[in-house]
Design a protein around this ligand. Sequence first.
Ligand SMILES: Nc1nc2c(c(=O)[nH]1)N[C@H]1C(S)=C(S)[C@@H](COP(=O)(O)OP(=O)(O)OC[C@H]3O[C@@H](n4cnc5c(N)ncnc54)[C@H](O)[C@@H]3O)O[C@H]1N2
Ligand code: MOO
Length: 390
Amino acid sequence: MIPVAEALDHLFSLTPQLGAETVPLVQAVGRVLAEDVTAQRTQPPFAASAMDGYAVHRGEMQIGAQFDVIGEAAAGSGFKGVVGKGQAIRIFTGAPVPEGDFFVVIQEDIDREGDRITIARDPGQGDNIRPAGGDFKIGDVIAAPRLVSPSDIALLASMNISAVPVIRRPDIALISTGDELVMPGETPGPDQIIASNTFGLKALLDQHGALTRILPIARDDVDSLKTAFALAEGADLVVTIGGASVGDHDLVAPVSAELGMERSFYKIAMRPGKPLMAGRMGQAMMVGLPGNPVSAMVCGAIFLVPVVQAMQGLPATAPTRKTARLATPIGANGPREHYMRARVEAGEITVFDNQDSSLLTVLSAANALLVRPVRDPARSAGEEMEFIPL
Ligand SMILES: Nc1nc2c(c(=O)[nH]1)N[C@H]1C(S)=C(S)[C@@H](COP(=O)(O)OP(=O)(O)OC[C@H]3O[C@@H](n4cnc5c(N)ncnc54)[C@H](O)[C@@H]3O)O[C@H]1N2
Ligand code: MOO
């Protein structure tokens, strides 16, 4: 058994780097920028009014000063003439401010009679003008790699970038193994259950940019598993679920070995998730996850999500940890790093009583994995502990 951190390092060294593709702007969210993108224009392209009001020459701006309103500047159509001494223009939010040194007085501080205005109240210091290029300038760079957020989409649009270079989505093939499994919606036999792991894992990995395929369930026989591996052809990452332990029907290790899998490691000092294996299989990376539903999902969060991120060129790092104070005491940990299902609320973390690795209700109620190092001593309420948010 190897430590979790060592397993993650092995996984990163197996991780392929994927190529790039260009996608329409609206499809770029959640993808990783493949190359630096440069702004095609300056924003705002002109000095723009930040408020509805009146533009006057800055030097003439004082309480009691009066002006003739000689024209209007609206968003989309600026004032084309010249503003002389003692003159003002009506101006609206987003409108270009005329050339020169102006001050926009908001309309709440103005008294107007016909086309004559008076600055009736103190307009304060701010001139209510957004300078040209105050947001960004032509040629400004958004650097790759970067996970594109909804805010980035707005920024890219504003930069007039309609097609975005991103890393292609990792092609992941998921294979559930076991005679006991049927697909959701099917009618299970008396000794059967519904395959859940592939669905939870697809949801998790696709959330991080993958394009995950759920392959037909492999039965507990060599030919069926070989067929499933053949269907995974072309994937960047092939993930099997179940059949990883030491039972007579646990065929993943022998069959993958027969198909040429060069194993990097097998078994981790981790709870849940001990019988994890990984290696290279032809062009693809292969990971064999344990079948217990919580083990599969926890391994997905701890190992597969970082791998999916690294495949797309993001930094190869373990999931981010935070800290919270223990709400109730917990006993000492054993020889495996323990990822305990827990709930964090208002800065306090409560560990669920039942940590059995089959309990999806507990996993679903959890929003955190409390991380217990190997042989961590008993902990009292109030002690600060590390956790990984789910
Ligand atoms: N003698 C030993 N027995 C076991 C050991 C051990 O060290 N010695 N390790 C245990 C641990 S830890 C785990 S974890 C499991 C992992 O076993 P497998 O990876 O071989 O998984 P299976 O036996 O195929 O399944 C375990 C459990 O999970 C259910 N399962 C499997 N796939 C799915 C799926 N896609 N969706 C939902 N549920 C699934 C399966 O029906 C079993 O109930 O081994 C322990 N045993
Ligand atoms: O370590 Mo197993 O992964 O207990 O469920």
